[in-house]
Design a binder for this molecule. Sequence first.
Ligand SMILES: *Cc1c(COP(=O)(O)O)cnc(C)c1O
Length: 429
Amino acid sequence: MEIDTALWRETSPTVRDLCELRETVWLNSGLRPAAEGLATAPLTAADVADAAARLERFAPYLAAVFPDTAPAGGIIESHLVEVPRYQELLGYGPGRLLMKLDSHLPISGSIKARGGIYEVLYLAESLAMKAGLLRYGDDYAVLAQPRFREFFRQYAVAVGSTGNLGLSIGIMSAQLGFRVTVHMSADARQWKKDMLRSKGVQVVEYAADYSKAVAEGRRLARQDPMCHFVDDENSQTLFLGYAVAAERLAKQLAERHIPVDGDHPLFVYLPCGVGGGPGGVAFGLKLLYGDHVHCFFAEPTHAPCMTLGLATGLHDRVCVQDFGIDSLTAADGLAVGRPSRFVGKVMAPLLSGCYTVTDERLYRLLRQLADSEGIHLEPSALAGVPGMGLVADYATGRGIDLAHATHIAWATGGSMVPPDIWQEYYAHG
Ligand SMILES: *Cc1c(COP(=O)(O)O)cnc(C)c1O
């Protein structure tokens, strides 16, 4: 089907602003009461609970093979931190700004350590069980034994990535013993490719963007019956791995005595690429907090694929290039031209809105966060920060009192960035 992009531009102020690369706020008029929106989703709370239980089963294995997960007993989780100096510097209020430091998740230093690692573990468990090598009650630390590495060696894993998903899938798969290939888009940073190669991962480089790397990876994987392709654009397994974050966050909020209810709404701002990471987290949060949580996706002005897909209702039938937008951004984790159809459809009734941010703002926010709080992130991970300054109209329109609101900017990556490269980011800001 031919999309009349000129007509969209004329009739939709949101589309016009996105095409002009302006920072844009899109409020979702399709937002439904959470119970209604969740009822239409193909996944349920039981699916998320199943994923959480699987991660518990693997915890002894992860603690054994990745020592930095041992202090938390093999559970891959990040800190929730207050950033009072940053909030003051940015002049945001009322309410409290916190950051969820997925930037510092063990193993791969980004939100992809949730979904990406989960999908590889899911695969390993199902293969080992089918072969009669593993049962539910076993101590999964046995998976570190050479006989399992030999077993997994028969199988291959492949993925297309802008970088961080490749790191997660690559590191986890190689550790288990899988043969693993990562198809990297042109946006992927050299250090990520180098790191993967040093771990025995095969890295295939493309001059094209993320969608092309995924398509080519998917095509090649199909030719190998022993190969599992991690499909970032459609995978419900990845999505569930991300969704487990919600109950972990709820525990952290409860520990801090931060309520989430009608008088204490929770606002969560999630940097969005193809949509699986932010979609999974937001879905998990809606399951837990229903109408008391308000989720927003944040994208770069040069790659607003999810905003375009949702605002037009066309999802993956449109890509940013159709609208003359280049998808070139310093936010490499978000440099995606076409959104996930699966995520777009699940989130259409659940998401409060989207907004876009320029690269210049991301760099400035990166510098200000380092100066005020000493936290070092990669550019993509700052996209959630401006959200707190953008929701006044949304709150007024829905009669939400922001006086006692909690705002969480999901800081999605950064701790693995080599210091010299991080210094370049900082200098830019
Ligand atoms: C991948 C990524 C995201 C977004 O996740 P998607 O599943 O692609 O939407 C956000 N931030 C960083 C740093 C990432 O690597």
